[in-house]
Design a protein around this ligand. Structure first.
Ligand code: ATP
Ligand code: MG
Length: 729
C-alpha cells in the first residue's frame, strides 16, 4: 500500500488524525466512527511516512484478541511484519516488562501469574492462617479489597486505617497475602500493573530507557482505563507529546471495576499541549440504528457531547419483539437466524460469524444455546464458558453425580474439598494410594479405610462427615422432583453459602447461574424412549455432559457469536440480537435506584446497539423464568427511550405481524375456529396471576394459539392458550 492509499480510505477528520504532527492527541468520538481504524492507520503512517521503526511504537488495546487483530491489520497496511512493536493489553505489556526486568522488580525469574481463582484460594489460606473467622471475613471480599487497592496504586503501608479495626484487619490480610505471594513468586493481575508502575518509579534509568525507546504510544478504548493504568501511561509519555488516545465517554462500561471516565478530561490537563479531534461520521450502522442509539444515550447527563451522523440509508427499522416467555424469545431468535441464513447467506459472502446474540448476564445463554442447538445452528460463546462448563455449575453437577453414582471419581475429586472442609493433601494422597492399591474407587477406599481405622483423628472425622453428607443428601432428596432435588443439593451441600460469601459481581453471577440450573432441571424433558432405562437424574446429567462436551463450534467453523454486551466492546456484526430487555434484567435490578449505575447500564445498551451494522433486533419477554423463578417484567425503559420512527413491533413467531392499522380483529384463523377452542371475544376470564380480564383478540392455531386479554389490574397481555390456564367466567 503506498502513502496515498493510506489516506484515501479516510474522511478529512480521520486524515487529520492519521497524518497529524507528533503531539499528544485525544480522539474523542462515538461508536463506529473509525477510532480503531484510525489508530491502525496512524501506526501504518508512522512507519511508512515518518519512517518510525516498529521498535519505537507501543499500542494498547482492550483484549488480547483485539491486539492480535491490530497487529495483523497493521501488517496488512504496511505490507510486512512489525517485529519489535509492542501491542497488547495493559496487563500483557506490564507482564512483558516484569519478565524482562525481573531482578529490578524483585521477582524470581520464574515468577508465576495467578489467575483470579488461584488468587481467591490463596487469600482463603491466608485468612485461615491468620485465624480469622472466614464468615466474618469472606475471602472474596478480601480479594476485592486487595485488587481495588492495587488498582489505586496502594500498598498496605500506604493505607490510612484511621485506627478503624475493620480496615486494619483488611490491611493485615492484604499484607499477609502479599508476603505469601512474594515468598512463592506469585503475581496476580492487579499486581502486574502495580509492579510495572513501581518498577519505573524505583528505576528512573529504566524508565528513561523506555521513554526514549517508545517515541509513539497509542491507546484504544481509553475510557475504560483505571487509576494505575493512567499513572503508568503518564510516566511513559506525558511530557514528550507522543501519546494518542482514542475513546468514547459514552462507552465507558467498566466503572464497577475501577475504570474512570474522568481520565479523558484529566488527559487534556495532564498531557502537554494535548489536542482534541472529534470524528463525527459513523460508518458502521444504518441511519435507523444509529439515530435510535443516539436518542437513547441522550438521556444520560454530563456527557462530553458528540454528534454522530451517517451517510448510510435509513435501512431496516429496528425490530422489537415481545416474546411471551424466555423460551419463545430464544426460539424466535434462532428462527430469525435460520431465515437470514436461507435468504441472505446463500446470496452473499456473509457467514454466521456476522451474527451476534448479546445479553446482559451470562446466565441468559443457556436457553439461547438450547434453541440454537435445536435449530442446528453452530454457535460460539465469546469470552466466556458455556453454561454447563462454568465452575459453579460443574460443582453442583458433581454433587448430583456423586449422589447418583458413588464411584464417580472425578466428581469426588471436584467436591471433596468444595466448600473447604479442611481435608489436606496428605489425607487425600493416602486415600488415592489406598484406592490404587485396593483397585477401588475413592469413595470405596474411604469407606474401607474408615472401617479399618486407617485414617486418624481429624482426617477420619472430616472424611466421615463428607461421606455422611453425601448419603444424607441422597436420602433427603431422592423422592423430590428433579428441580427440587437440585435446589436441595445446592442449598444443603454448602455450595450456595460458599458462593454467597464471595460478594462482588462475579459471585452474583455464580448464584444466578446456580438458580438457573434449577430452572434447567424444571424444564428438562426426558427422551420418552429412554424413560424406562434411566432415572430423571441420570438423564439430566447425561444431557449436561453432552451439552458441555460437543456443541460448541470449533474455532474455524463459522458460528453465531454469543456474548455479554461487555465483551462485545469494539466489535461489529451485520445482524445483532439483544435479548432480555426488561426492567430488572436490563437495566439490572441493582442499578435502577442509583443514577450512576443506571447511566452505566444505558451506556452498555448503547454499546450493544451500536454493534449492529445492518439489522438489529431487540427482544423482551413478558414472563421469564430465570434464576429459578418465574417473573413478569415490564419492557426495559431503554426500549421506551427509542423513538417509534426507528422501530417496528413484531408479535408472533413465524407469522406475519399484524399492521396496527388493520383493526382489532385481523386474524390468521377464522373466528369460528377460535371460538371452538372455548373462548369468545368479549368473554370474561380468570387468570391465576393476573386476575380477571376480558378477551380482546386472538391469533395462531393449535398449540400456537394465543389470546389477548385485557386484565383489570395489569392491563392487556397476550397469552398462549395452552399454558395460560384461563377459566371462563
Ligand atoms: P467502537 O467505538 O465501536 O470501537 P470505532 O470508532 O473504533 O468503533 P471502527 O471499528 O474503527 O470504529 O470502525 C467502524 C467501521 O467503519 C469499521 O468497519 C471500519 O472499517 C469502517 N470505517 C471507518 N472509517 C471508514 C471510512 N473512512 N470509510 C469507510 N469505512 C470506514
Ligand atoms: Mg473501536
Amino acid at each position: 500500500m503506498d502513502v496515498s492509499e493510506l489516506l484515501d480510505s479516510l474522511n478529512d477528520k480521520q486524515r487529520d488524525v492519521v497524518a497529524a504532527p507528533l503531539q499528544n492527541m485525544l480522539v474523542l468520538a462515538g461508536a463506529g466512527s473509525g477510532k480503531t481504524r484510525v489508530l491502525v492507520q496512524r501506526i501504518a503512517w508512522l512507519m511508512k511516512v515518518e519512517h518510525v521503526s516498529p521498535h519505537s511504537i507501543l499500542a494498547v488495546t482492550f483484549t488480547n484478541k483485539a491486539a492480535a487483530e491490530m497487529r495483523s491489520r497493521v501488517e496488512q497496511a504496511v505490507g510486512g511484519n512489525v517485529h519489535g512493536m509492542w501491542i497488547g493489553t495493559f496487563h500483557g505489556l506490564a507482564h512483558r516488562l516484569l519478565r524482562m526486568h525481573f531482578q529490578e522488580a524483585k521477582l524470581p525469574q520464574a515468577f508465576q501469574v495467578l489467575d483470579s481463582d488461584d488468587q481467591l484460594r490463596l487469600v482463603k489460606r491466608v485468612v485461615r492462617a491468620l485465624n480469622l473467622d472466614e464468615k466474618r471475613w469472606p475471602a472474596k471480599q478480601m480479594q476485592w479489597y486487595i485488587n481495588g487497592k492495587k488498582d489505586e496504586g496502594l500498598r498496605p503501608q500506604h493505607i490510612e486505617t484511621h485506627y478503624d479495626p475493620t480496615e486494619e484487619t483488611f490491611v493485615k490480610v492484604y499484607q499477609a497475602y502479599q508476603d505469601a505471594c512474594d515468598r512463592a513468586g506469585l503475581v496476580d493481575f492487579a499486581e502486574l500493573l502495580l509492579r510495572a508502575h513501581e518498577l519505573w518509579l524505583n528505576h528512573p534509568i529504566l524508565l528513561q530507557h523506555y521513554q526514549q525507546r517508545f517515541t509513539h504510544v497509542l491507546v484504544d478504548e481509553f475510557q475504560d482505563t483505571n487509576a494505575i493504568q493512567y499513572a503508568w501511561l503518564t510516566m511513559l509519555g506525558r511530557e514528550q507529546g507522543k501519546v494518542m488516545i482514542v475513546g468514547d465517554d459514552d462507552q465507558s462500561i467498566y466503572g464497577w471495576r475501577g475504570a474512570k471516565i474522568e481520565n479523558i478530561q484529566r488527559f487534556l490537563k495532564d498531557f502537554d499541549g494535548a489536542q482534541t479531534i472529534r470524528l463525527e461520521q459513523n460508518y458502521r450502522s444504518t441511519a435507523n440504528i444509529l439515530n435510535a442509539a443516539n436518542k437513547l444515550i441522550a438521556n444520560n447527563n454530563n456527557r462530553l457531547g458528540k454528534d454522530l451522523w451517517t451517510q448510510d440509508d435509513a435501512g431496516e427499522k429496528i425490530s422489537v419483539y415481545t416474546a411471551f416467555n424466555e423460551i419463545d424469545e430464544a426460539r424466535f431468535i434462532a428462527g430469525r437466524i435460520t431465515e437470514w441464513q436461507k435468504r441472505d447467506l446463500a446470496a452473499s459472502e456473509d457467514s454466521l460469524d456476522d451474527v451476534a446474540i448479546l445479553y446482559r448476564s451470562n446466565a441468559q445463554s443457556r436457553l439461547l444455546e438450547e434453541a440454537l442447538l435445536q435449530a442446528n445452528l453452530p454457535y460460539r460463546i465469546y469470552g466466556g464458558l458455556r453454561f454447563f462448563e462454568r465452575q459453579e455449575i460443574k460443582d453442583a453437577l458433581a454433587y448430583l453425580r456423586l449422589i447418583n453414582n458413588r464411584d464417580d471419581d472425578a466428581a469426588f475429586e471436584r467436591i471433596i474439598n468444595t466448600p473447604t472442609r479442611g481435608i489436606g493433601n496428605t489425607t487425600l494422597s493416602l486415600v488415592r494410594d489406598a484406592a490404587r492399591s485396593m483397585e477401588v474407587t475413592l469413595w470405596r477406599a474411604c469407606q474401607t479405610m474408615l472401617i479399618n481405622q486407617e485414617l486418624k483423628g481429624r482426617s477420619a472425622k472430616v472424611i466421615r462427615q463428607f461421606i455422611e453428607l453425601i448419603e444424607q443428601l441422597e436420602d433427603d432428596s431422592i423422592n423430590l422432583d428433579l428441580d427440587q432435588q437440585a435446589n436441595f443439593v445446592i442449598q444443603h451441600s454448602g455450595l450456595k453459602a460458599m458462593y454467597q460469601a464471595e460478594k462482588g459481581e462475579r459471585a452474583e453471577a455464580r448464584i444466578e447461574n446456580l438458580n438457573e440450573l434449577v430452572t434447567a432441571c424444571q424444564t428438562f424433558e426426558m427422551d420418552p424412549e429412554l424413560m424406562e432405562e434411566q432415572s430423571q437424574l441420570t438423564a439430566f446429567l447425561t444431557h449436561a455432559a453432552l451439552e458441555s462436551g460437543e456443541s460448541q463450534a470449533d474455532e474455524y467453523e463459522p458460528a453465531v457469536q454469543l456474548m455479554t454486551m461487555h465483551s462485545a466492546k469494539g466489535l461489529e456484526f451485520k445482524l445483532v440480537f439483544i435479548a432480555g430487555l426488561e426492567e430488572g434484567m436490563f437495566p439490572s435490578q441493582q442499578s435502577v435506584e442509583d443514577i450512576g449505575r443506571l447511566e452505566e447500564e444505558r451506556r452498555l445498551c448503547y454499546v450493544g446497539m451500536t454493534r449492529a451494522m445492518e439489522k438489529l433486533y431487540l427482544c423482551h419477554a413478558e414472563s421469564r423464568r430465570l434464576y429459578g423463578q418465574e417473573k413478569y417484567h415490564s419492557p426495559s425503559r431503554f426500549l421506551k427511550e427509542l423513538p417509534g420512527e426507528y422501530t417496528e413491533e413484531i408479535r408472533l413467531q413465524n407469522q406475519v405481524s399484524r399492521p396496527k392499522s388493520s383493526g382489532r380483529f385481523s386474524n390468521t384463523i377464522s373466528l369460528e375456529t377460535f371460538e371452538n377452542s372455548g373462548f369468545k371475544l368479549g368473554q370474561s376470564v380468570l387468570h391465576q396471576k393476573f386476575g380477571e380480564g376480558v378477551v380482546l383478540n386472538y391469533e395462531g392455531n393449535g398449540a400456537q394459539s394465543r389470546v389477548q386479554v385485557n386484565f383489570a389490574d395489569v392491563g392487556s397481555k397476550w397469552l398462549v392458550v395452552a399454558y395460560a390456564n384461563l377459566t371462563a367466567l
